[in-house]
Write a protein of this length. Structure first.
Length: 169
């Protein structure tokens, strides 16, 4: 990279993605910074890979900052990138924060999909917030998102592990 006189956006996307594949967060972030400094906005696939790497390292706040920088430079964040971020918050036991990002993405015109809801249902179940998980389940139908096997599987496992598998009369 140092030997290149004029790297372009493709160069940055390829190299950042390669560092992400190697799980080399430091070098991926250094190149991302250089990419921004050259005036380029990485493509959404590259952004998602960096966000995933940050979230896997429990650096979700930094992942949010990446989103903000990409958007401030005219980039658009898609549902897959949002799902990656929401999953990162849920893994840290912060499903409520993840839910706020669901609302933010909707405000920005990025529609959630079944994966978005399934991630949040799982996150709420893991955090033992079963009523919130059930609310997400009901919101799916209200929002026109079809339940799928993952939805049922996640909710049933969560309810059973939370002791909510008994019928009440």
């Amino acid at each position: 990279m140092n030997e290149m006189q004029e790297p372009n956006d493709v160069t940055f996307n390829v190299l950042i993605s390669a560092y992400c594949k190697e799980e080399n967060l430091v070098n991926a972030l250094v190149l991302l910074e250089k990419c921004f400094n050259f005036g380029y906005v990485p493509n959404i696939v590259t952004v998602t890979k960096v966000v995933e790497l940050l979230c896997n390292a429990s650096h979700v706040t930094e992942a949010v900052e990446i989103f903000e920088r990409v958007e401030s430079k005219g980039g658009v964040i898609d549902v897959t990138a949002y799902n990656t971020l929401i999953k990162g918050f849920c893994r840290l036991g912060k499903a409520k924060v993840g839910h706020r990002f669901l609302k933010e993405m909707e405000r920005k015109g990025c529609l959630p999909n079944a994966d978005t809801y399934n991630i949040l249902i799982s996150g709420f179940c893991e955090s033992e917030m079963l009523d919130s998980a059930l609310d997400m389940f009901n919101d799916m139908k209200t929002d026109g998102i079809n339940w799928n096997f993952v939805t049922y599987d996640t909710l049933i496992k969560g309810l059973c592990s939370g002791g909510r598998n008994k019928r009440r009369f």
